[in-house]
Design a protein around this ligand. Structure first.
Ligand code: AMP
Ligand code: ZN
Length: 487
């Protein structure tokens, strides 16, 4: 059984294994903090969250980085219009972002790098691209030369030979060798006001695509495992990230690309001009705290129990439906953990077997490109059977505990119950050590037998990195998962 993820450039599901056994390095395009994030953005961040939680459940440690875009045309304009400082302006939206992700119980990333705090690294990356002959300077701006990067367009399956400026690879108004070239460094113009940084090409600011190449490679290395984002970013943003990163390093950038579909509202796309740009705080019915909690967790339930690659339509009815389904599981869980009277399991009910089968079905569905709807069908199968047994008082406390433990595991992955625990004590479903780690464990033992202590310590550290603690016993080494170490 292996995990399969749909990889955008392959247009197919591929078996997933990280480059470093046991450790998944993952980068996600984060919010542009020019405004509060809307529920579409949160669909995206919830997709990252379930992906990360599921990888942890399957025994991987996950190193996760999400950028905060804190300089772009909109921010520059707002800061100058409002005569604010950039710091003061973006603070409101960065703070708001963290309040919202906490309310949604999204596990925090390990790093949230901000573009404006990585200007020297971005300048260095641009210099590397110029040295490699794939970027050039014009009147204080620097552009990426698409014609010098063979395969530009392959990622998004686009034929770019006849592409014009109108195709929106880049919409700035500076002179370039080729209309298709996109900007890496934008020379200062009058409307930028004070918002400019020094560079070898004069004052200016970085292009948007550059920050993701720069900050992902800084925190995760030149080649890492998974890059995520919404489908709107496939082109040009992610294609340009690949060109910039691979144009600099000559190595593969991200090994898997995963993209979530959009969420619409009552059948139409969200936009400021339509006035249907819902923020998280807009979906609650009133100021009542319990209602707010129900709506926000109901929204989470709605998003995470649907498939991340289907377009979702948000409506009050959809939210109510999700809230009801969530409450049903919540109530069931509460009854199971507080079961006062010990019923008698019916002959042949074999709850251990039923729960195991449901767990296997849950894992198989999630292994199959995070098929949450199918995974939830197995959860509701058991839930319905248990509800029947409870109303007939034919459930023992021991069986109730087995079912509750399974629901807590489901909760560790999807984060949908109120009381099942926190992600800090996430359960790990991985009865076996992956082969590469198993070999490392044996190699460490051989090193010990040969008294090669430095080598054996080194392997112990590598195993620890992958979340495996080695325990030496008189009968030889054993191991245990140390659980999540990434947050
Ligand atoms: P932004 O703040 O616009 O840079 O977007 C942050 C993330 O949200 C990006 O990965 C987008 O692809 C994603 N996103 C934007 N709108 C939606 C939507 N309606 N549904 C799902 N994801 C979205
Ligand atoms: Zn990005």
């Amino acid at each position: 059984m292996s995990i399969q993820f749909y990889d955008t450039p392959s247009r197919a599901k591929r078996a997933f294994e990280p480059l470093i056994p046991g450790l998944v390095r993952m980068y996600s395009c984060g919010p542009t903090v020019w405004d509060f994030s809307h529920i579409g953005n949160f669909r995206c961040f919830l997709f990252y969250d379930v992906l990360k939680r599921y990888l942890r459940y399957r025994g991987f440690r996950v190193e996760h980085v999400m950028n905060l875009t804190d300089v772009d045309d909109r921010i520059v304009q707002q800061v100058n219009d409002k005569r604010a400082t950039l710091e003061a302006y973006v603070k409101t939206f960065i703070d708001g972002f963290f309040v919202d992700i906490d309310a949604l119980q999204i596990v925090r990333a390990d790093h949230y790098p901000r573009a404006t705090q990585h200007i020297p690294e971005m300048i260095e990356l641009i210099s590397r691209l110029i040295d490699n002959g794939v970027a050039y300077e014009r009147e204080g701006s620097v552009y990426f030369a698409i014609s010098r990067f063979p395969g530009y367009g392959d990622f998004a399956h686009l034929d770019v030979t006849g592409m014009r400026a109108g195709a929106r690879v880049d919409t700035d108004k500076y002179d370039k060798d080729d209309v298709r070239d996109f900007v890496l460094w934008k020379a200062w113009i009058e409307t930028d006001g004070e918002l400019a940084w020094d560079s070898p090409w004069g004052r200016g600011r970085p292009g948007w695509h550059l920050e993701c190449s720069c900050m992902s490679m800084k925190y995760l290395g030149e080649t890492f495992d998974i890059h995520t984002g919404g489908v709107d970013l496939v082109f040009p943003h992610h294609q340009n990230e690949i060109a910039q990163s691979e144009g600099a390093t000559g190595k593969q950038f991200a090994r898997f690309w995963m993209h979530n579909e959009f969420i619409n509202i009552d059948g139409v796309g969200m936009s400021k001009s339509l006035g249907n740009n819902l923020r998280l705080r807009d979906i609650r019915a009133g100021d009542d705290a319990a209602q707010r909690h129900d709506d926000i967790t109901g929204f989470r339930y709605f998003v995470v129990t649907n498939h991340y690659r289907t377009t979702l339509n948000f409506s009050r009815e959809a939210l109510d439906g999700a809230t009801n389904a969530r409450q049903r599981l919540n109530k069931l869980y509460a009854r199971l953990v507080t079961l006062g009277t010990d019923g008698n399991d019916l002959d042949g009910s074999n709850w251990a077997q039923q729960v195991d089968a449901a767990r296997v079905a849950f894992v198989e569905a999630m292994d199959d490109d995070l098929n949450a709807p199918r995974a939830m069908a197995s959860v509701f199968g058991v839930a319905a059977a248990v509800e029947r047994a409870l109303s007939a008082t034919s459930l023992s406390q021991a069986s109730a505990a087995l079912v509750a433990a399974f629901l807590a595991e489901v909760d560790a992955v999807l984060g949908i119950l109120d009381e099942a625990g926190t992600t800090a004590d996430i359960v790990i479903y991985n009865p076996e050590l992956p082969e590469a780690l198993d070999q490392m464990l044996h190699e460490r033992q051989r090193a010990r037998d040969l008294k090669q202590w430095a080598r054996s310590d080194e392997l112990r550290d590598t195993l620890a990195e992958a979340g495996v603690a080695v325990i030496d016993t008189p009968e030889g080494p054993t191991w245990t998962w140390t659980g999540s170490t990434s947050s």
